[in-house]
Design a protein around this ligand. Sequence first.
Ligand code: PLP
Length: 360
Amino acid sequence: MQTLSWADIDLSAIAYNFDIIKQSSPNQKTIAVIKANGYGHGALEIAKTIKADAFGVARIHEAKLLRDKGIQTPIIVMSELLAEDQLTECEQLRLEPVIHSAFALNNLKHFRPRTNRPFRCWLKVDSGMHRLGLNSEQLDTAKCVFEAHPNLHLVGLITHLASAEKIGDPKNTMQANAFKQLAAKFEGVDISIANSAATLFHPDLRGEWLRLGISLYGINPAHQSNTVTENLKPAMTVRSRIIDIKDIPQGDRVGYNGIWQATRSSRIAIIGIGYADGYPRHAKNGTPVLINGERFPLSGRVSMDMISVDITDASKPLKVGDVATLWGEGLDAEEVAQSCGTIAYELFTSAGQRVTKIYR
Ligand SMILES: Cc1ncc(COP(=O)(O)O)c(C=O)c1O
């Protein structure tokens, strides 16, 4: 049964975005980042659609779901705890853990692979973001661990930029230089620096492996554009329906705490999506909602199951059952996100269980 709110997921848009980005970086291998259920778009469906060199997830259970459904592509587990038993699970599922902490490194040191197959691992380097990653001394230890265990295979070195979307920010080059200096300890090993923003706007920082997330889903992560970002197609369009329409007199207020007041006689549409569906509760009055190709302002606080929109200026009469677009085709998710004090990443990953995904 179709739910009141739904997300149309355009897999061909994801495939298209993947292709145009790859064409712009033809010499790099690609990790398609499909953690958090493919940023809310459906990790399995994406894994079946695009031919990435590897997929990136955050947790082992995300990778297991893919393996259980027959996905054979290499899967990199980027931010797990990596306790001893989890390393065993990674080996069993042929996952490639990113060793990012002293704890994980110590577990790897004592880990004995059960098969003769090389156990493929990555090392994360802290080049200045100070979130995950090993420092210089820990990298020396890691080097000894890999040298001592011939069954361990170091696939690559990863670092993450703190401000990649700020194009031209000298901190990006500083981080990349610090990373390259540390990576030099591991001669001939592949490196990976670039997320979407670095891939699209810092060609010098790409390394051998790209890690593409938000751009696959059609979002330009930066505040400037280029020929690739101008052609990205949105892959998720969240829609719902008008469940009631009412006329209110000038001066009346709408919704919880009456944070919106009618400055004229107004017509209000109630739309069946709320914060329990993933529409952000912090959306400001005026956040755009698209109905019949026209933009209308959010009017009043977002409730758990519904929002209210001022449709007084509709050029054609609207009725109960009409479809509203909350973000996606025709309404840039990043614009909506900004009006909600957040980013498109959060909109996408918040689209909840009550929002059915419809693939096309
Ligand atoms: C380690 C790592 N690499 C790559 C990505 C992909 O970043 P983006 O979605 O900005 O392309 C992420 C996303 O958060 C990440 O955590």
